[in-house]
Ligand binder design. Structure first.
Ligand SMILES: Nc1ncnc2c1ncn2[C@@H]1O[C@H](COP(=O)(O)OP(=O)(O)OP(=O)(O)O)[C@@H](O)[C@H]1O
Ligand SMILES: [Mg+2]
Length: 253
């Protein structure tokens, strides 16, 4: 089966610094694929490279088996592939209403039926129509991240690149947003690449994952491997220890 998204020997450099060094992944249609690793290991860089937002100096990125250019992405690409960024405060303009934030992607992609889509998107992320005319600075972190997700979903992409979509949220809100993402993926048969530093989150959300360190892939695992403790690298074991939720779950398993 052709991978929906693949990276082959992808290398990204900022001046002389290799932020990604020969990284390869392949993500099957409808799969949820995880990227884990310590801070600075290159997780966001990999998502940004796929989105055409990082200086690729080697290797390639394929969408449905077709090679994409190093940087430029056309509108058709963003219609299919949407990204939710790590920081919901930085990614939403504070002085815009929710309505305006949701109109924008529809206008960019020339999608009609805005009224219906906005109401449906708000409903889908569990925020009713009463949120429509609030300013984003009037929203909590969790509400803001739901709007960021609604903004990505509203044009009906097939692939979502999710960069720590819940790391800024407290545990109970985090679980709600993760459940929401999982529900949407099932309903719409979406493909996800999801970054998290929390192995518990990835075990719950992803079928397969890569563990990254210093711009390289150090281990490839399935979520079953993680649950069963089939891990070879001590680096991965340390990440597990750092993910308290995972350790708790594993201890009760
Ligand atoms: N625009 C940039 N210019 C120079 N260096 C950069 C740039 N963006 C990222 N880097 C460097 O590339 C490396 C990988 O960064 P990246 O953001 O991919 O890490 P990450 O795994 O997402 O970390 P975190 O978990 O903290 O988000 C880091 O050392 C970072 O400092
Ligand atoms: Mg990051």
């Amino acid at each position: 089966m052709t991978a929906t998204i693949a990276a082959e020997n992808l290398t990204v450099a900022y001046d002389d610094f290799l932020a990604l060094d020969n990284v390869s992944i392949d993500v099957a249609p409808g799969e949820s694929f995880g990227l884990v690793g310590e801070s600075g290991s290159g997780k966001s860089t990999l998502l940004r490279a796929i989105a055409g937002l990082a200086p690729v100096i080697g290797g390639k990125i394929l969408l449905d088996g077709k090679t994409l250019g190093a940087q430029y992405r056309d509108k058709a690409f963003y219609r299919r592939v949407q990204m939710v960024f790590q920081d919901p405060y930085g990614s939403l303009h504070p002085r815009q209403t929710v309505d305006r934030l949701l109109q924008e992607p529809l206008a960019i992609h020339g999608v009609e039926d805005a009224e219906h889509r906005i109401l449906r998107a708000l409903d889908e992320v569990g925020l009713g129509s009463s949120f429509r005319f609030r300013y984003s600075h009037q929203l909590s972190g969790g509400q803001r991240q739901r709007i960021a997700i609604a903004r990505a979903l509203i044009i009906e992409p097939q692939i979502m690149l999710l960069d720590e979509p819940t790391s800024a949220l407290d545990a109970s809100v985090q679980a709600e947003v993760l459940n929401l993402l999982e529900q949407v993926r099932r309903d719409r048969r979406l493909t996800y690449i999801m970054v998290s530093h929390d192995l518990g989150v990835v075990t719950h959300m992803c079928e397969r994952l890569v563990v990254m360190k210093s711009g390289k892939v150090v281990e490839r695992l399935s979520s079953g491997d993680l649950v069963a403790g089939r891990i070879s690298e001590s680096y991965t074991k340390n990440l597990m220890i750092a993910s308290k939720g995972f350790v708790r779950k594993a201890a009760f398993a």
